[in-house]
Design a protein. Structure first.
Length: 335
């Protein structure tokens, strides 16, 4: 692929960068149906991209950044992988990371195209889309106890459950245990009908949603019936030793200090544990200290424990979610 920068004109016309792609079939995939991939790049980087045969001309102040993104995506296609909207978003988020991290640009392209941090599950392959997510996934594999702390939509729980499924299907753990504190989010729901499972399932639904993304429905149901996968409220963990298991505690900001200590000390031989939470969404009664904040303070220097932090820049839901989080953060009084 050739890149030809055009000299800046003297009449103030926008400078253009021309990129030539040798494989026309891959170029069509790069552009997407009705050029929707190009439109997404134009929107994200405020550039204009024109197709001219087997060339793309990029105009705008961010033309160099857009060229880097297009180059990464084309290399990804050359390796036999597809390009989805999320992949474009990831390429845009990770642009310029070579200079920031000291990694050669060629290495960055190679890592992106071969999906060095991809997480294989029964239904899909998951890739971390931001640098913070990449660091988080590395620590999920490296450490026996990992914390993921940050706002909603940053992939903390989703990636942890994906790694848990990956570790189970590859035989590294025998079971998966997913837990959450059964705390109402600012509402009084009263007495819920049904047996114990029916009462607690509404609190656990986000964990079921993540699992449904990674395992076929019939297989998931069988694994739950066999208790190879357990989804239970935090209170049900007392008195247990969780051995040879991948254990995830979600919404940990709603655990009390006593509950957090109880949960952390359940860790048994051959197990790994992930604690995720958002310090801005504590639903505990006024005056009750969050166990997540307490654990963060007490365990910050303990060997073998990793802490990963996310910001609004790591949100991978709708772009509006990131803007909402930033607006709320800006409105919050400085601590």
């Amino acid at each position: 692929m050739a890149i030809t920068p055009l000299a800046a004109p003297t009449d103030g016309t926008p400078v253009e960068l021309s990129l030539e792609f040798p494989d026309n079939r891959l170029l069509i995939e790069l552009c997407g149906e009705f050029d929707r991939n190009l439109a997404q790049i134009e929107h994200l980087l405020s550039v204009h991209v024109l197709r001219r045969g087997n060339q793309l001309a990029v105009l705008g102040d961010a033309r160099d950044e857009a060229a880097e993104v297009l180059r990464k995506l084309y290399a990804r296609l050359e390796s036999g992988r597809g390009v989805e909207p999320g992949d474009i978003d990831a390429a845009v988020r990770l642009r310029g990371s070579a200079e920031e991290t000291g990694t050669r640009d060629g290495d960055q392209i190679e890592m992106f195209q071969r999906g060095a941090l991809e997480i294989g599950t029964r239904k899909k392959t998951v890739e971390p889309r931001t640098e913070a997510q990449q660091a988080y996934v590395r620590n999920l594999y490296k450490h026996e106890l990992a914390f993921g702390i940050g706002p909603a939509g940053t992939g903390k729980t989703y990636l942890a459950v994906a790694v848990a499924v990956n570790q189970m299907i590859n035989g590294h753990v025998d079971k998966i245990i997913l837990s959450r504190p059964a705390v109402e989010a600012g509402e009084r729901l009263g007495f819920l009908p049904g047996d114990m499972k029916e009462k607690v399932d509404p609190y656990m639904q986000p964990l079921y949603d993540a699992l449904n993304d990674f395992l076929p429905a019939k297989q998931l149901q069988k694994l739950i019936e066999e208790k190879t996968i357990e989804i239970a409220p935090l209170a049900f963990m007392r008195g247990r030793t969780l051995s040879n298991a991948y254990v995830v505690l979600d919404e940990a900001q709603n655990a009390t200090g006593m509950q957090m200590k109880m949960f952390l000390t359940r860790l048994g031989q051959g197990s790994r544990m992930v604690i995720t939470g958002d310090r801005s969404q504590v639903d505990l009664p006024r005056g009750v200290t969050s166990g997540l904040s307490e654990a963060e303070r007490i365990l910050k220097d303990v060997k073998g424990i990793s802490f990963n932090y996310f910001t609004a820049k790591d949100v991978v839901r709708h772009p509006m979610v990131a803007r909402i989080i930033e607006a709320y953060d800006a409105d919050s009084p400085a601590v």
